[in-house]
Write a protein that binds this ligand. Structure first.
Ligand SMILES: Cc1cc2nc3c(=O)[nH]c(=O)nc-3n(C[C@H](O)[C@H](O)[C@H](O)COP(=O)(O)O)c2cc1C
Length: 200
């Protein structure tokens, strides 16, 4: 579609996403916040939370989290995931559907050690989303972990690492005048992206 050019969109969905993201990064306060939806089979309901978008690896979208967290449990039951970015200043939204796989242990390890030490300690000690009595108990765990690893590297926790999202559908949305928003749907069909314009 020739008009894609007017919206700096390319025939390849990932290229389009990266270009929109790189532009957003220059003007948004936090372009990295990504809403992530999974499906909780036990409670029979969807579940959404924000995570940090950590870039692209092998054409896949990367995020890091606790592998024993509720989101990771949802994803091991069902690898279908939905992501959404909202960039206020840019007046843009991107929605993505894909399937996840776990990142290799080596890649998770090298990312983990690139983080600042405080973040490594926090990931090490946290049983993410499990209850804890109070903040003092959390600080105690923090101080114990600091002491335990004094002068030593923090090992990658077994229950922590990256996920890779392989997208098969993107929607690029740009606010238009008179609520005539511009929306382009990319769908991967036979390894080619098909693009259609959607009504607002
Ligand atoms: C802007 C923002 C970014 C966040 N980034 C991450 C992240 O990269 N990884 C993560 O595990 N939690 C992140 N969190 C916390 C999650 O939103 C969530 O509280 C946590 O992962 C537990 O989710 P779960 O119980 O659904 O598994 C972030 C929160 C906010 C507000």
């Amino acid at each position: 579609m020739d008009e894609l050019l007017n919206y700096s969109l390319k025939e390849n969905a990932l290229t389009s996403f990266v270009e929109w993201f790189e532009k957003a990064e220059t003007v948004e306060q936090n372009a990295f916040a990504m809403a992530v939806s999974t499906y909780d089979h036990e409670k029979n309901r969807p579940n959404t939370r924000y995570l940090l978008y950590k870039g692209i690896s092998d054409n896949k979208i990367v995020f890091y989290t606790n592998y024993l967290s509720p989101k990771a449990k949802d994803l091991s039951d069902n690898p279908e995931i939905a992501l959404a970015f909202y960039w206020h200043v840019s007046k843009k939204q991107v929605r993505i559907h894909g399937r996840v796989s776990k990142m290799s242990h080596e890649d998770s390890t090298s990312y983990f050690h690139s983080r600042d030490r405080e973040s490594q300690i926090a990931s090490y000690l946290s049983h993410q989303s499990e209850p804890i009595s109070d903040k003092a108990a959390l600080l105690l765990k923090y101080n114990e972990t600091v002491e335990k690893f004094e002068g030593k590297p923090i090992p990658l926790p077994e229950n922590w690492g990256g996920f890779l999202v392989e997208p098969y559908e993107y929607e690029f949305f740009l606010y238009g005048d008179n609520r005539l928003n511009d929306r382009f749907l990319y769908q991967l069909k036979n390894q080619k992206w098909e693009v259609s314009r959607l009504q607002p």
